[in-house]
Design a protein around this ligand. Structure first.
Ligand code: ADP
Ligand code: MG
Length: 260
């Protein structure tokens, strides 16, 4: 999974799945906190107009003056919008303004490369950049896939959660062909896993073969701990540090760091 032009460049990881509610945002916050715990300098980028990541890190999107929207459509430097959050995480926040960015970018040549350029210019100080995609395959997600070294696809171990993954992988193939030949699919991250449910276990056993992709293990267990964390602006790694969910994200972070 190595491509770095320079070893000092950050590794950029996109979390994408055009289905909502699959734990993209939760994974960005939790993995980010796990990387930071392990001493990495981490930047999280909220690419969803719903700004759930921004909110879950304790930042009220309504009070944000400059956001990813200004970076993508107004040429604002990335560094000018970064907000330092708890758990040693830096955030590029989103606001509802971002909902208009798709339309503004559509008429721009090179529209898929805007985020990549902004990160090249403004993210050199970080080891890892995590991109939290919106639930769509529009221009914003294309920007994420164009900027990324690796893609992780969170997938809940629940009924019908597979639908749409084929379409995402078709988009990835297009991006690899046209926009970013270096993009690698690092694997599926099984989320919302309930070890007591036969169905959860079946999904976990089948999903890698079905899509011919690595499955990042262990699966992230389904626990109420995850619902509590965003309300206090911290990830589950600090609100329930020794919980099964926090431990699973730490293991995934270690696995990824070993491979970088
Ligand atoms: P997405 O960004 O893909 O839309 P979120 O990360 O916002 O998904 O998660 C959707 C919902 O599921 C949120 O309410 C979140 O708290 C909850 N959730 C995420 N991961 C887990 C988990 N492992 N166990 C229980 N609930 C979870
Ligand atoms: Mg989300």
């Amino acid at each position: 999974m190595a491509r770095r032009k320079s070893t000092s460049d950050p590794t950029i990881i996109a979390l994408a799945n055009q289905k909502g509610g699959v734990a993209k945002t939760t994974t960005v916050a939790s993995l980010g906190a796990a990387f930071a715990e392990q001493g990495r300098r981490v930047l999280l980028v909220d690419l969803d107009p719903q700004a759930c990541l921004t909110f879950s890190l304790g930042v009220d999107p309504d009070t944000v003056e400059k956001s990813i929207h200004d970076v993508l459509t107004g040429g604002t430097d990335l560094g000018d919008v970064v907000i330092g959050c708890d758990e040693d995480l830096d955030l590029v926040p989103s606001t509802i303004d971002l909902a208009g960015a798709e339309a503004l970018l559509l008429v721009r040549p090179g529209r898929e490369y805007v985020l990549r350029s902004a990160l090249e210019a403004g993210a050199a100080a970080y080891d890892v950049v995590l991109l939290d995609c919106s639930p769509s395959l529009g221009v914003l997600t294309l920007n994420a896939l164009t900027a990324a070294d690796g893609l992780i696809i969170p997938m809940p171990c629940e009924m019908l959660s597979h639908r749409g993954v084929g379409q995402l992988l078709d988009t990835v193939a297009d991006v690899q062909r046209i926009l970013n030949p270096d993009l690698e699919v690092w694997g599926i991250l099984p989320t919302l896993y309930d070890g007591r449910s036969n169905h959860s276990r079946e999904v976990l056993a089948d999903v890698g073969e079905r899509y011919d992709l690595p499955v990042l293990m262990p699966p992230i267990p389904k626990t109420v701990r995850f619902a509590e964390a965003p309300a206090v602006g911290r990830s589950v790694l600090s609100t329930a540090s020794s919980s099964k969910g926090a431990r699973a994200y730490r293991e995934i972070a270690t696995l990824l760091l070993d491979r970088l």
